[in-house]
Write a protein that binds this ligand. Structure first.
Ligand code: F6P
Length: 319
């Protein structure tokens, strides 16, 4: 009987549980045994594992976060930090692993393949959607919808008070989540790390908007483009107007996955497991134009968010 491991790594993303459920159900149907690594990469070092059977993953499809948990373990990148991981792997005697996570987890997966000979298939899951080889990663759609909902609400208040609001959206070094939030909410301005901005231009645009009769100004700031506190302060100083800021932060990561994320995660979890059991590894499975696409686990960097937006014709709609 084959024995595979499954781990969730990096920041949690809504839909990780749905992917995990698909992995366990698929593997069991194919007659394989599944070992869940609890507490992510740190758990792999500590050897905290749990046997997973279909009953253990029932009722989790709609739940946010990850029942396996995900604790970061940057030490794995070092020779010293890799020692306990190697020890756990020797004990577990796995025929392969499915890794559900983002770029950091795929770097870990590449190390498992190359240095420890463990066959690995990756499933992209991060709200940042910054992984090459897939149009979209698990968790992005849910996070986008949370951000849209939050901005819509803030907009009501902004209009009621005629105020400027600066709203910071997650995404680490990547501006896609912020840019798509801006498009979907009709924000007045968006600042992303991929496009340089000038504070004086920004303020001029805000003033022009008010002169044209706008009742508010919503400025979306990607966390990688600067702190909302800094942007708010600069606008307030220049325009001498009341400015408020909202940092959405981790609110965007949790909560029940959207229908889209549930389906995406179920498809990718199933496919990744089938591939691993068929002997394919060293790869990640994503979706491109709604079809499965296999790419190397050893990632290069994704095209900048600006290029991604241009490709799908969204760039022009940004104000
Ligand atoms: O990668 C997902 C993400 O939420 C990023 O958008 C953000 O920069 C980072 O994780 C925050 O990490 P942590 O939860 O460790 O603070």
């Amino acid at each position: 009987m084959k024995r595979i491991g499954v781990i969730t790594g990096g920041g949690d993303a809504a839909g990780m549980n749905a992917a995990l459920r698909a992995v366990v159900r698929t593997a069991t149907q194919e007659g394989a045994e599944v070992v869940g690594i609890r507490k992510g990469w740190q758990g792999l070092a500590e050897g905290t594992t749990v046997k997973l059977h279909p009953r253990a993953v029932s009722g989790i499809l709609h739940r946010g976060g990850t029942i396996l948990q995900t604790f970061r373990y940057p030490e794995f990148a070092t020779a010293e930090g890799a020692v306990p991981v190697e020890r756990t792997l020797e004990k577990l005697k796995l025929d392969g692993m499915v890794i559900i996570g983002g770029d950091g987890s795929f770097r870990g997966g590449t190390k498992l393949e190359k240095e420890f000979g463990i066959p690995v298939v990756g499933v992209p899951a991060t709200i940042d959607n910054d992984i090459p080889g897939t149009d979209i990663s698990i968790g992005f759609d849910t996070a986008l919808n949370i951000a849209i909902d939050a901005v819509d609400k803030v907009k009501d208040t902004a209009t009621s008070h005629g105020r400027i609001f600066v709203i910071e959206v997650m995404g680490r070094h990547y501006g896609l989540l912020a840019a798509q939030t801006a498009v979907a909410t009709g924000a007045e301005e968006v600042l992303v790390p991929e496009i340089p901005y000038d504070m004086d231009d920004l303020c001029r645009n805000i003033s022009k908007g008010y002169k044209r009769g706008k009742e508010h100004a919503i400025i979306i700031v990607a966390e990688g483009a600067g702190k909302a506190s800094y942007v708010s302060y600069e606008i307030k100083e220049r325009l001498k107007r009341s400015v408020r800021m909202v940092v959405l932060g981790h609110v965007q990561r949790g909560g029940s996955p959207s229908g889209y994320d549930r389906i995406l995660a179920s498809r990718l979890g199933h496919r990744a497991t089938e591939m691993l059991l068929d002997g394919q590894h060293g790869v990640m499975v994503g979706v491109v134009a709604n079809k499965f696409k296999t790419s190397s686990l050893d990632k290069k960097t994704k095209a900048p968010a600006k290029a991604v937006l241009r490709d799908v014709g969204l760039m022009e709609t940004l104000v």
